[in-house]
Design a protein around this ligand. Structure first.
Ligand SMILES: Cc1cc2nc3c(=O)[nH]c(=O)nc-3n(C[C@H](O)[C@H](O)[C@H](O)COP(=O)(O)OP(=O)(O)OC[C@H]3O[C@@H](n4cnc5c(N)ncnc54)[C@H](O)[C@@H]3O)c2cc1C
Length: 487
């Protein structure tokens, strides 16, 4: 059987140093700030381990023959790519798209790196061997990985090597025959409480002289010296499941990572002291494409969910028959379909990278640019349709337990489509999705998880088929000259 939720939860009880609200948390798995969210992650493993889901969600490990998650599958054809996608889509649906860094995200990046093993071989045999054996280990143990690949903001007007002190951003402070030692911070690693290990790497451009910041290493969450500095827990702040239906269970906490002299053995180092390789590992292998393809699949599930919310809000408020409301819903439906269509397009126009079949980068980067811009607009439309209904709500579910207040709730929460409880339940869900602190963090996430929009537009520029476009212009201009008469 593949790994199940209980096995996964036990694997998290590893003594990691996670700090929250002024304290070092002991046993974060059962702590009120993380408890329900790590169990939501566990439910992904339970889902894939169910006998009726085995075929859809898993494939046999090439080394052990045992079923492991399809997130590790390396597709060699269009149909395998689509088969893998339906597993990722099924996982995304379980969190209505609200778990952005579910295990399939970094697994997709690592699988993409593995597809580009030859590039790592050119960087050094030792690094290729480390990557190959780590990929197999992670796959066969169905590990939950996260990553921290961006440096802390500090002074963004200066390069990583020009900051006020040498190790604001994590870098290699020392190395010996056993491995490297890391010192400094990485900006964020989402899902730190849920992950078994973190990939630490650099994706922002580096220049000669920045070699100490150009490394890729796999670090267990309980590594000596690794400090996880958690942001505020929305799960802890959630009033109840009814009041905060999403933040109470899907809060994949983002943490700043501080490496305080963390030793990493060479067997877990894939890139070292090479600024060109730090970039090539993402863009000259399918890694970046695979990780962001997973993001679009997850976003598709989320947008379908938000579309469903928008429709139910308009039915609940009795405005579904108004032509302009139907137009707004039609616009939102078209936007969901755009994301769905882009995913289908990436797949159908995919191509071979060696023996592996990979999504079309040009379609992917277009989808990233457009969906980063689309999400805030999409959320805005939902807010516009919902009006003050997301605010005109009882303070908490406890109000229903007081007969006097419950009576007033019944008189004030009216709807042509549902009773007062149904109305409150729906609008509390809508607010948690788009208006609560959790919902607002999601807006920031969709806008920035893969870099600011200028970054994704840069990728679209880099991968565009310019020749096709400019050839058409040249071809057309060659059909006339300054001596030609009109007509
Ligand atoms: C919710 C959330 C979760 C995240 N999770 C992870 C994670 O799990 N792992 C991880 O590695 N990272 C994670 N990140 C970090 C993410 O990768 C970065 O936020 C992203 O790369 C953008 O970098 P930045 O935030 O430093 O923004 P900046 O690069 O500082 O950009 C912010 C703004 O500054 C301006 N700006 C900055 N530089 C320039 C320039 N050169 N030219 C023009 N304008 C400029 C632009 O207006 C830009 O929008 C997460 C971020 C968020 C918000």
């Amino acid at each position: 059987m593949p790994k199940n939720g209980d096995q996964y939860l036990s694997s998290l009880k590893d003594g990691r140093s996670i700090f929250l609200d002024g304290a070092l948390i002991e046993n974060h798995v059962d702590h009120p700030a993380f408890r329900a969210s790590v169990r939501s992650a566990a439910s992904l493993y339970d889902f894939q381990a169910r006998s009726e889901n085995l075929r859809k969600m898993t494939f046999p490990s090439p080394t052990t023959g045992l079923p492991v998650s399809r997130m590790w599958q390396l597709p060699t054809s269009y149909s395998e790519l689509v088969e893998r996608r339906s597993a990722l889509e099924a996982w995304a649906e379980l969190s209505c798209g609200f778990m952005g860094r579910s295990p399939d995200h970094v697994a997709s990046a690592l699988s993409g790196m593995y597809m580009g093993l030859e590039l790592f071989r050119a960087h050094g045999e030792r690094y290729a061997q480390a990557l190959a054996s780590y990929y197999e280990y992670a796959r066969d143990s169905d590990l939950y990985l996260t990553y921290a690949i961006v440096n802390p903001q500090a002074d963004r007007g200066k390069g990583v090597g020009e900051q006020a002190s040498e190790f604001v951003a994590a870098g290699v402070v020392d190395e010996d025959e056993e491995g490297i030692t890391l010192q400094g911070a990485k900006m964020l690693a989402t899902a730190c409480p849920m992950a078994n290990e973190v990939m630490v790497a650099a994706i922002q451009p580096l220049k000669p002289g920045d070699e100490k910041y150009s490394f890729t290493a796999m670090v267990p969450m309980n590594a000596k010296g690794l400090k996880l500095l958690s942001r505020k827990s929305y799960e802890a702040a959630a009033v109840s499941r009814f009041d905060n239906p999403l933040s109470s269970i899907f809060d994949e906490n983002d943490s700043v990572l501080y490496f305080d002299s963390v030793k990493v053995p060479w067997s877990r180092v894939f890139v070292h002291h090479d600024v060109a390789m730090a970039s090539a590992q993402w863009h000259q292998t399918p890694a970046h494409v695979f990780q962001n393809y997973q993001c679009q699949i997850r976003l598709m599930a989320k947008m379908r969910f938000l579309l469903g919310l928008a429709r139910k809000v308009t039915e609940t408020n009795g405005i579904i028959g108004i032509p302009s409301v139907r137009e707004t819903l039609g616009q939102m439906a078209a936007e969901v379909s755009l994301v769905e269509g882009m995913i289908e397009a990436m797949e159908i126009s995919g191509s071979h990278y060696g023996k592996y079949f990979t999504p079309n980068p040009r379609r992917l980067y277009s989808a990233m640019v457009l969906s980063q811009q689309l999400y805030p607009k999409f959320v805005h439309q939902l807010r516009e349709l919902a009006g003050g209904g997301m605010i005109m709500l009882p303070s908490s579910a406890s109000d229903f337990a007081n007969p006097e207040i419950a009576g007033y709730i019944d008189k004030t929460q009216r709807s042509p489509a549902t009773d007062s409880l149904g109305r409150v339940k729906l609008f509390k869900l809508a607010w948690d999705a788009v208006g609560s602190e959790f919902g607002s963090r999601h807006l920031q996430y969709e806008m920035f998880y893969a870099g600011a929009n200028m970054v994704t537009r840069g990728h679209a520029f880099r991968t565009c088929n310019w020749e096709q476009a400019t050839d058409m212009v040249d071809q057309f201009m060659s059909t006339y000259c300054e001596r030609d008469q009109k007509g």
